[in-house]
Ligand binder design. Structure first.
Ligand code: MG
Length: 443
């Protein structure tokens, strides 16, 4: 079967008592609709996904959120919904490829849907059912009442089921049902209602009590922290729970270029020079990579390519500050940095305090949280032959994933090496060894 899932996220969420539609509420660092998409994407039988959104939604922003999330690994089409749930479902169904022969329709406001439940619905479809819905037995006693609230009769709950999504259908049946009711004024609250209207038998499979629908403010209590780690990775843990992160960085620079040696933003007097596109601060480059490691932010070359003319001879403290801002925006706060310079020359000891002070200042940490070590490689290798210098850095800290969905999006670079860079900031980020007048560091 060529099976697709349509996830409906086009509702206005009026009953939730908030202005933001409920399917956009953030839970464990992601909007609710993404939880559903990711769960469906884990079902091997699915060929693709259709996400139906409010027509006035910012589709580019949703696309960016999906790109930013763990990979779906499936095509995901975005479609605008309609005024009613039925119209939104029809819009999603219309987006299905012609050769799709089975479809699951799911409400994005049910973020706790499990692969087991989806599989139950799929299996019933594969066994020949044309319409399948998950339902759970009703445990409360149910009464039918009149307009005044007086009980007319008790209902036999043994015959009742509370119905959930995903609901599974033969795609052709659902397409035809939508065509048949279009313009007919038929009011249904789920897609199975269309099948009933068309006289197609609907099969009920066991639902899942955890597959609740977020509808009212009371339901939002379900979005509180979940105690157990579910193996989905720290970025899906609850937004309030800081998780430890570590990042490692390593960098090398060759001696003999046209940049004077700078370490940790401090000019090292002497005749040693380095090859570099930036100022060649090997220690800050390793530290920048360590910070990026903490937020899974790639590496320094990705963020600040050495082909970018704007970055020529830029003070690496500016790159570090830019990176730190990204870390803070992503919810990561460094707590400690341990750094090692590996070089035969120069001797680091005379500069240790100044370099440590400046790095603590750059990281906005107390000096007691920054450690600088130095070693040689016993005259072995390129450092031993005084051909270059290397540095390694380890940063530890805590990540509290941004509660604001927008905070998870990529941020544009905020500095410029040519213009718009305040001299104050130049000084702040690089300590004493920088000339604000030229925008070039002393190296
Ligand atoms: Mg470098």
């Amino acid at each position: 079967m060529n099976t697709w899932a349509v996830v409906l996220a086009a509702g206005r969420g009026l009953r939730s008592g908030r202005s933001l539609p409920k399917q956009f509420f953030t839970h464990r660092g992601m909007p609710l609709f993404l939880h559903s998409l990711l769960t469906f994407a884990r079902i091997p039988a699915l060929h693709g996904l259709v996400l139906v959104l409010p027509p006035d939604c910012d589709f580019d922003a949703v696309n960016a959120l999906i790109r930013d999330a763990p990979s779906l690994g499936l095509p995901c089409l975005l479609r605008a919904g309609g005024e009613s749930r039925r119209e939104s479902s029809a819009s999603g169904v219309a987006a299905l490829p012609a050769d799709c022969d089975a479809v699951l329709v799911h409400d994005a406001a049910r973020p706790f849907v499990t692969p087991a439940l989806i599989t139950r619905v799929l299996e019933a479809l594969e066994q020949g059912s044309r319409a399948v819905i998950p339902g759970i037995a009703v445990t409360d006693t149910l009464k039918e009442v009149d307009a005044a609230g007086t009980v007319r009769k008790s209902l036999d709950r043994a015959c009742l089921r509370a119905v959930q999504t995903p609901q599974g259908f033969a795609a052709e049946d659902l397409r035809k049902a939508h065509e048949r009711v279009r313009g007919a004024g038929v009011q249904v609250t789920d897609d199975a209602g269309l099948m009933e209207y068309c006289g197609i038998p609907v099969t009920v499979v066991p639902g899942d009590a955890g597959n609740v629908k977020i509808t009212t403010p009371e339901d939002l209590r379900l979005l509180r922290p979940m105690p157990a780690y579910d193996g989905c990775g720290p970025d899906r843990l609850d937004v309030q729970t800081p998780v430890p992160r570590s990042g490692f960085g390593y960098d090398v620079h060759r001696y003999g270029g046209n940049r004077p040696l700078v370490l940790g933003g401090v000019l090292i007097p002497g005749d040693i020079t380095v090859h570099a596109h930036s100022d060649g601060d090997v220690l800050l480059h390793a530290l920048t990579d360590a910070l990026l490691g903490c937020i899974c932010g790639g590496d320094i070359g990705l963020l600040f390519p050495d082909s970018d003319p704007e970055l020529e001879n830029i003070a690496s403290g500016i790159l570090l500050t830019e990176t730190l801002e990204r870390c803070l925006a992503a919810g990561f706060r460094p707590e400690h940095a341990d750094l090692t310079v590996i070089a035969q020359v120069p001797r680091i000891a005379p500069h240790r305090d100044a370099v440590t002070d400046n790095i603590a200042k750059l990281l906005r940490l107390d000096r007691s949280r920054v450690n600088l070590k130095a070693t040689t490689e016993e005259k072995l290798g390129f450092t031993g032959e005084k051909k270059g210098i290397k540095a390694v850095a380890l940063v530890n800290g805590f990540l509290t994933p941004a509660s604001d969905v927008a905070g998870r999006l990529g941020l544009p670079r905020t500095f410029s090496n040519r213009s718009g860079q305040s001299p104050d900031r130049y000084f702040d980020t690089t300590g004493g060894g920088v000339s604000p007048a030229t925008g070039a560091s002393a190296p």
